[in-house]
Design a protein around this ligand. Structure first.
Ligand code: CA2
Length: 153
């Protein structure tokens, strides 16, 4: 097969969600909206299919499990989209794991963390992230997927 006819390479994107995001749509709709995490997963899978991206979608309340999943993404996923929840503001361990990942990293926050308490204004992840999306609601995940598709070409 000539090079110009080569099949496009399918890329895998690991979408990781941190603590308490399993409660999405069940409490605090004024801050986080009415969609559940399952709704977000469905939307991401639909958007991923349109963009030619394979999606993995996971949530954990455990910092260690998130670190393990970031390590596991090495060699399996070409990009990571992460909403690390409150660990965003505390976790050097998640930063270290992301620093060991070779591909693009997009950081997503549903709420506009900069309009909220001071302790939410600092992110350990942002310095590593290739892009940060805050305050766009759950649409932020879809915007991050579009950006990943662009970055992966
Ligand atoms: O805005 C975001 O996406 C956050 O990452 C959400 C975290 C928060 O700690 C970050 O500062 C910003 C909290 C996730 C908790 O999600 C809930 C959803 C519904 C009800 C209760 C918590």
């Amino acid at each position: 097969m000539p090079a110009q006819d080569a099949c496009p390479v399918s890329h895998t994107v690991a979408i990781l969600n941190g603590p308490n995001l399993n409660l999405l749509g069940q409490r605090e709709p004024d801050i986080y909206g009415h969609e559940t995490l399952a709704d977000v997963e469905t939307s991401c899978r639909e958007a991923g299919a349109e963009l030619g991206l394979t999606i993995t979608f996971d949530q954990s309340n455990s910092e260690g499990e998130l670190v393990t999943w970031i390590q596991a993404a090495r060699g399996k996923a070409q990009a990571i989209i992460i909403n690390a929840g409150a660990y965003t503001h505390t976790s050097v361990a998640i930063l270290d794991a992301l620093n060991a990942f070779e591909g693009p990293v997009m950081e997503v926050h549903i709420s506009n963390v900069h309009q909220r308490e001071d302790f939410r204004h600092h992110s350990f992840i942002s310095g590593r992230a290739d892009g940060v999306i805050v305050g766009c609601g759950t649409q932020g995940y879809l915007l991050a997927l579009q950006r990943v598709a662009t970055l992966l070409g």
